[in-house]
Design a protein around this ligand. Structure first.
Ligand code: FAD
Length: 401
C-alpha cells in the first residue's frame, strides 16, 4: 500500500497529515517539502517574529518529534519535480521516487516580483519564508529607511512592524488607497489614516519604475521623476500560486490555481489540492475561488484529509482572514466586492467598530476591528438579508439582528 503523499510542507500540508491521523487513517503518509524547516505558520513573519516579539519556536505547527510519533515520513529540503499520474509516482529532487494512492498538492504560493530595473539589487526583499523574515529583520536592525512597495496586507504589516522598531517607513501604493480593492474607499481610508498616524509616509497613486543604487545595493526607489531614498525595500505586490507541478502533470491549473471540486479533488480523483494553491468550488458562494489566508489553509488541509478517507464533507464555509497592525486587530469574514456599499457599526474614530458589506440587501461580508469574540456572530449574518439601519444601530444586539 502506497498511502498518501503530501507535497509542500506548509500549513495546509500539516493539517492534511494531522487530520488523517486524528481520523484514524493508519496507512503510510509522506510529507515532502522543499524548505528545510518543518511546517510553520507564516503570519508572524510579517508581525511579531519580524519585530522580534515572537520566538522562532512559536511558529511551528507541530513539535519536531510529532512526525515520528505519528508515523509520518518527512522529506524536508526535497522538491517534488514531476508527477507520473499513470504510474501514481512522484519524482523527487534527491533522485528517489514515491508511489501514492492519494497525492495532495499543497504547494502554496510565491511572492510576485516586480519586472523593473534593479529588482535584483541587494536590500530588495520579499517575505514568504522564515529565512526571508530573518534577513529582513537583520536589515531593519541595521538600517534606517524602509520603502514598502505595495500597500496590501503584507506590505502594511511589515510597515507597522518596522515603525514599531523605530524605522522610517515610506509605503508606495499604485491605487488611490491601500487595500482599496479589498475593502473599498471608506474602510481603506481607515488603514491609510492608521499608518499616517504612526508616521508612515504613505504615497498613493504611484507606480515604481525601478530601484537604484551603487555597488549592487539599493539606495533609492525610482517613482516617476522622484527618487525615494531607501536603505531596505520590501516588495509586497501579491503572490502567485505554485502550479507548475500540477500543470506539467496535465491537471487543470492556471494563474487562479489548481482547479478542484468542492471536495478538493482534481479531475484525477487520486490527486487533490489544498490551501493557497487550490482554486476550489465553494458551495455557499456557488463558484470557485482561491483564498490566500491562514484559516483557509487549515480548513482545506482538514477537508482534503476527510476527502481521502471518504467523508462527504465539502468546501462550504465563508472565507475568513485577519490582520494585526500596531494596536489594530481585525477579522473579516465573507466575500464582498470593494464597491459593495458598506455600513459601519460603531465609531471609526474610536478605533473599535464593525463594518458590513451589502449587496441586494444581503450581507456579503463583515469585519470586526478591535472588537473581540464577535466574529462567529458576524459569520452567522453573512448571506442573510438585514436592514442596514439595524446593522448600524448599536443598541440592537448582534444576536437580535
Ligand atoms: C508574511 C505572511 C504573512 C501572512 N499573514 C497572514 C495573516 O495575517 N492572516 C491570514 O489570514 N493569512 C496570512 N498569510 C497567509 C497564510 O500564511 C497562507 O495563506 C498560508 O501559509 C498558506 O498555506 P499553504 O500550506 O497553502 O502554503 P504555504 O504556507 O506557502 O506552504 C507551501 C509549501 O510548499 C512548498 N513547495 C512548493 N512547491 C513545492 C514542490 N514542488 N516540492 C516541495 N515543496 C514545495 C513551499 O516552499 C512551501 O514551503 C500570510 C502569509 C505570509 C507570507
Amino acid at each position: 500500500m502506497a498511502g498518501t503523499v503530501v507535497v509542500g510542507a506548509g500549513l495546509a500540508a500539516a493539517h492534511v497529515v494531522s487530520t488523517l491521523r486524528d481520523e484514524g487513517d493508519d496507512r503510510p503518509i509522506t510529507l515532502v517539502g522543499d524548505e528545510t524547516d518543518r511546517p510553520y505558520e507564516r503570519p508572524p513573519l510579517s508581525k511579531g517574529y519580524l519585530q522580534g516579539t515572537a520566538e522562532r519556536g512559536s511558529v511551528f505547527v507541530h513539535d519536531a518529534d510529532w512526525y515520528t510519533e505519528h508515523d509520518v515520513t518527512t522529506r524536508f529540503g526535497t522538491t517534488a519535480n514531476r508527477i507520473d499520474r499513470a504510474a501514481r509516482t512522484v519524482a523527487l529532487s534527491d533522485g528517489t521516487e514515491l508511489g501514492y494512492d492519494h497525492l495532495v498538492l499543497a504547494t502554496g504560493s510565491s511572492p510576485r516580483l516586480l519586472d523593473v530595473p534593479g529588482a535584483w539589487l541587494g536590500g530588495v526583499h520579499t517575505v514568504r519564508r522564515l529565512t526571508d523574515s530573518d534577513a529582513l529583520r537583520d536589515e531593519l536592525a541595521r538600517r534606517g529607511r524602509l520603502v514598502v512597495v505595495g500597500g496590501g496586507w503584507i506590505g502594511l504589516e511589515v510597515a507597522a512592524a518596522a515603525r514599531l522598531v523605530g524605522v522610517e517607513v515610506t509605503v508606495l501604493e499604485y491605487a488611490a488607497q491601500p487595500l482599496l480593492r479589498v475593502l473599498g474607499p471608506e474602510i481603506a481610508s481607515h488603514f491609510a489614516e492608521l499608518h499616517r498616524s504612526h508616521g508612515v509616509d504613505l504615497r498613493t497613486g504611484v507606480g515604481v519604475d525601478g530601484f537604484e543604487g551603487p555597488d549592487c545595493r539599493v539606495t533609492g526607489v525610482r517613482v516617476g521623476g522622484d527618487l525615494v531614498p531607501a536603505d531596505v525595500v520590501l516588495v509586497g505586490v501579491g503572490a502567485a500560486p505554485n502550479v507548475a507541478l500540477a500543470s506539467a502533470a496535465g491537471l487543470a491549473a492556471d494563474a487562479r490555481g489548481v482547479l478542484v471540486d468542492a471536495q478538493l479533488r482534481t479531475a484525477d480523483p487520486a490527486v487533490l489540492a489544498a490551501g493557497d494553491v487550490a482554486n476550489a468550488h465553494n458551495t455557499v458562494l456557488g463558484h470557485s475561488l482561491r483564498v490566500e489566508h491562514w484559516d483557509n489553509a487549515i480548513r482545506q488541509g482538514d477537508l482534503a484529509a476527510r476527502s481521502i478517507i471518504g467523508r462527504p464533507d465539502v468546501y462550504d464555509w465563508q472565507p475568513y482572514f485577519y490582520t494585526d497592525q500596531y494596536d489594530l486587530g481585525m477579522e473579516y469574514v465573507g466575500y464582498a466586492d470593494a464597491d459593495d456599499p458598506v455600513v459601519v457599526r460603531g465609531d471609526r474614530a474610536s478605533g473599535e467598530f464593525m463594518a458590513f458589506w451589502l449587496r441586494d440587501g444581503h450581507v456579503r461580508a463583515a469585519m470586526n476591528v478591535n472588537v473581540w469574540d464577535v466574529n462567529d456572530r458576524l459569520r452567522a449574518l453573512v448571506g442573510r438579508v438585514v436592514d442596514p439601519a439595524r446593522l448600524r444601530d448599536e443598541k440592537i444586539p448582534l444576536e437580535e439582528l
